[in-house]
Design a protein around this ligand. Structure first.
Ligand SMILES: NC(=O)c1ccc[n+]([C@@H]2O[C@H](COP(=O)([O-])OP(=O)(O)OC[C@H]3O[C@@H](n4cnc5c(N)ncnc54)[C@H](O)[C@@H]3O)[C@@H](O)[C@H]2O)c1
Ligand SMILES: [Fe+2]
Length: 371
């Protein structure tokens, strides 16, 4: 059994300028980013790179259609390296463009074409949750399937991941909160995954400790506290990415994908709706496995007792992001069965990482109770 891998080199810089100099950005580089990052941080450097602004190709999280529109513009450019600067959306889009001979990304997501790496990839996350800078996954809504699908392949791994906390200064709190909660979920789901090893758990554990400490302080001191800890939250997210890149995430992510795909709920927010409910069901079904150690970790991080961790977590997270009944996102009663089938049919990759197996009834009940 492989215990652990980390192929991506990790770097940290104080400013974007320091990074651009060290990495010698030039005419063979394709930078994929957003206008709001380009204007303040990149434009003043007058770099001779190719630039793509993601928001010109569509709003919201990636879809196969959005990626294909970018592909049309990217395919005639001459570049050897991709520099992805943005949140999970920009990063997951950029990952597809390292591949050889892609004319339609849907074929890559459905694995109808060989997945062969052809370009270098440098990733600079500007949110603090996805960990996508160190994972081999790209996630997109596949329009024809009405859900999100992940393509997991080592060809998508970044060669370099670069942490630059100053880039997060303009990140609005609601996006910060959704992504930071996603990081905690990556750490917690991977900690109890059957693929977890003592090495992946080391990273999960550190990510849980760091992020809970930051969240408690935000709950007490208010949202501006985040600015004091942007570097720490980026590291927590990166640790969680390393953990879940090795051990995987499970039911929380699996159940959230139809909600994200069909009703365009942002990824971190969608996960958050299922987080503690899934863990309460895990606890009921199998109270004696690695969830015991997880509950101790959470109790320590939250200053509470192990029997109160999920209520306590709900209370702290509710100060960052509202939790809503699923119908408030537009979910219809009939979606409960549709989503259940959808999870069973399209998310086996993730369900295989569950702490304990879920039956179709377990999944249906969770949708029903959160409805
Ligand atoms: N590949 C993986 O391993 C992995 C893991 C988790 C999530 N994801 C995917 O990542 C996506 C979500 O990523 P996310 O949570 O980072 O959100 P995001 O990239 O969609 O960004 C959220 C919003 O914040 C804006 N934004 C990003 N950085 C900013 C900054 N520094 N300043 C101001 N605004 C900024 C974006 O333009 C967007 O409007 C989803 O599609 C999800 O499926 C991928
Ligand atoms: Fe996630």
């Amino acid at each position: 059994m492989q215990l652990f891998k980390l192929r991506t080199k990790l770097h940290q810089f104080n400013t974007f300028g320091d990074f651009a100099k060290e990495f010698d950005l030039g005419k063979n580089d394709l930078v994929i980013t957003n206008e709001f990052l380009f204007e303040p941080f990149i434009k003043p450097l007058n770099l001779p790179c190719h630039f793509i602004m993601q928001e010109k190709y569509g709003v919201g999280e990636p879809s196969d259609e959005m990626m294909n529109r970018i592909l049309t513009d990217v395919n005639h450019l001459n570049y050897k390296r991709i520099i992805a600067i943005g949140g999970g959306t920009v990063i997951d889009i950029s990952k597809l463009f390292v591949l050889k001979n892609v004319a339609d990304v849907t074929n890559a997501f459905e694995r109808k074409i060989p997945i062969i790496k052809d370009k270098e990839l440098v990733v600079i996350p500007t949110t603090c949750g996805t960990g996508s800078e160190v994972t081999n996954i790209s996630i997109a809504e596949i329009k024809s399937k009405h859900t999100k699908l992940g393509l997991a392949d080592d060809a998508l791994l970044a060669d370099d991941a670069v942490l630059i906390p100053e880039l997060l200064k303009g990140l609005p709190f609601r996006f910060y909160a959704a992504s930071a909660i996603d990081a905690l979920i990556h750490a917690v789901e991977s900690y109890v995954s059957p693929k977890a090893s003592p090495y992946s758990q080391l990273f999960s554990k550190e990510a849980i400790g760091l992020s809970l400490d930051i969240f408690k302080n935000i709950a007490n001191k208010g949202e501006n506290y985040r600015f004091e800890r942007l570097g720490d939250m980026l590291i927590a997210s990166n640790y969680a990415g390393i953990a879940f890149g090795n051990a995987g995430v499970g039911a929380v992510h699996a159940l959230s994908y139809p909600l994200g795909g069909a009703y365009h709920v942002p990824h971190g927010e969608a996960n958050y709706q299922f987080f503690t409910k899934v863990f309460k069901v895990y606890q009921q079904k199998n109270p004696t496995g690695s969830i015991v150690a997880l509950n101790h970790l959470l109790a320590e991080g939250l200053n509470t007792s192990t029997d109160k961790v999920y209520e306590n977590l709900d209370a702290i997270l509710a100060k960052m992001l509202p939790k809503k009944p699923l119908k408030e996102y537009g979910l219809k009663n009939t979606d409960i069965d549709v989503f259940t089938e959808n999870v069973i049919n399209t998310q086996q990759r993730l369900l295989a990482n569950n702490y304990t197996p879920f039956t179709k009834e377990d999944i249906r009940n969770i949708f029903k109770e959160l409805y």
